[in-house]
Design a binder for this molecule. Sequence first.
Ligand code: MLT
Length: 407
Amino acid sequence: MIRVNEHYAKLQSSYLFSEIAKRVKAYQAEHPDKRILRLGIGDVTEPLPPACVAALHQAVDEMASRSSFRGYGPEQGYDFLREAIARNDFQARGAEITPQEIFVSDGAKCDTANIQELFTDKLTLAIPDPVYPVYVDTNVMAGRTGKCVKGRYKGLVYLDSTESNGFVPDLPEQPVDLIYLCFPNNPTGATATREQLAAWVRYARENRALILFDAAYEAFIRDPALPHSIYEIEGARDVAIEFRSFSKTAGFTGTRCAYTVVPTSTMAYTKKGEPVALNPMWNRRHTTKFNGVAYPVQRAAEAVYSAEGQAQTRALTDFYLGNAARIRAAFTELGYSLTGGENSPYIWVNVGKDSWKFFDKLLKRAQVVTTPGAGFGRCGQGYIRISAFNSRENVEEAMTRLRKVLK
Ligand code: MLT
């Protein structure tokens, strides 16, 4: 008899963004004449930077000729991209990361989901609340939690991120083994200072714990005092894995390219307490289960690091931050308290009411899609997340509609 993985039965009925899409689709089917404006899922709208487009075209031409055609590439990514990443994203910031520590992939979502297969199922897992649902759901699938009771899985240590701690969770009161952190944060848009990250690194070193640091939104940081990478913190190399993505930095959500950094000094431990390096383990996993990102896509990602690419991606993220400023201004004027949107493309608004009811109200009365905070965890109840990823015209139209409905 083929047995099913019964841990799946513990999951909420659908993935947050699928549930939103379902509600929006149902509403649109009933009101085909209404123009819906989507500020829910963080999906980019603006075209690829011209430097990336030129690199893509050139790489496609190479693939069209026998002499420059390429078949399978290295699973970890081509050297040209790994070297550009190490130099520009880390060494330029004083973080000693080498190309061999970088694994190019098709998405940070997949990597944050897949990385947990390197660890035992018997560990204490610390999860911020609210949180990007992939971190929780993939651990539920792997059997690391008990049942979900009143929105919280048994066996997880939840790290509350609330107004009182500025949406940066405090260190856990009990020892934990694996910690997910994301800054600039999805969903709250909060950022962590150097001192705050240093406290987490210290904690991980003292407890032989590991931090999974999701930095998918680092390109939106404008405050020069804020760290872009956890490896800017001394000692982090031994206790942290970092995830990055070209999705939001360079408009690659449909193009697919990301990377994960697993330093050679990052360790996990056997039952007897012997250290095991995670870099060769992840290399083993990656080479067994992944066949690499398409050559033209890696060339497009490499172009992000050219002088033109840097200027163009900066302009792109500036553009979305301009949207974020408009969203912040509208909600502030309407009297709501909020966070995010300054070094982040997400704005986290305290709506003081049930998140899903507020979501429905905005959908039905203004035809504006947001993300209900409760979908990110219990501490998200009473909030909505607004994404700044859209055209300027749509964001301005959405704010005009919301001003009418919420005034
Ligand atoms: C989000 O809206 O949280 C993101 O777009 C989801 C993702 O990047 O997978």
